[in-house]
Design a protein. Structure first.
Length: 156
């Protein structure tokens, strides 16, 4: 659809991508990756650090005096909860990048529990956001280690 040239104060109507310039800049294939290049740089280390941070925050929260009601103790509690939840989300994001962008069908053949392991790890990230639970934090660390081991084995 071509529109007549706009006069002062009027809008010109053009369909999306109809300009020559727009068609030249439109990529022939659209791909998606964690950085949309794709760069090919994948590493489970950020997920491990995030899971370790979740576990450390749970440990610190559980060490706070139960009867502490001063502003400093309450402030520390709130910050620790915020950091725990933020890092559980970071862990989930990093795992999802590995799951969806790095691992391929040939990896699934070698590791038949791959999808189930990732799914359970993602659920553990959510559980750790919702609760202060040392056992759940340790489970998350274990799941991330299992995924990390599978990842590094594919690099050999």
């Amino acid at each position: 659809m071509r529109a007549r040239p706009a006069r002062a104060g009027q809008l010109s109507v053009r369909t999306k991508g109809s300009s020559v310039f727009g068609r030249l800049l439109k990529p022939p294939v659209v791909v998606y990756a964690h950085c949309d290049i794709p760069c090919g740089i994948y590493d489970p280390t950020p997920a491990k650090i995030a899971a370790d941070t979740v576990a450390k925050m749970v440990e610190k929260i559980n060490q706070l005096p139960a009867n502490a009601s001063d502003a400093t103790a309450r402030g520390n509690f709130v910050r620790m909860i915020a950091v725990k939840e933020e890092h559980a989300q970071i862990c989930k994001k990093e795992l999802e990048i590995l799951w969806s962008d790095y691992f391929k069908p040939e990896h699934l053949e070698k590791y038949p529990k791959l999808h189930d392991t990732f799914w359970k790890a993602a659920k553990l990230c959510s559980k750790n956001k919702q609760n202060v639970d040392a056992a759940a934090a340790a489970e998350l660390q274990g799941a991330v280690k299992e995924i990390s081991d599978m990842f590094w084995a594919t690099k050999k």
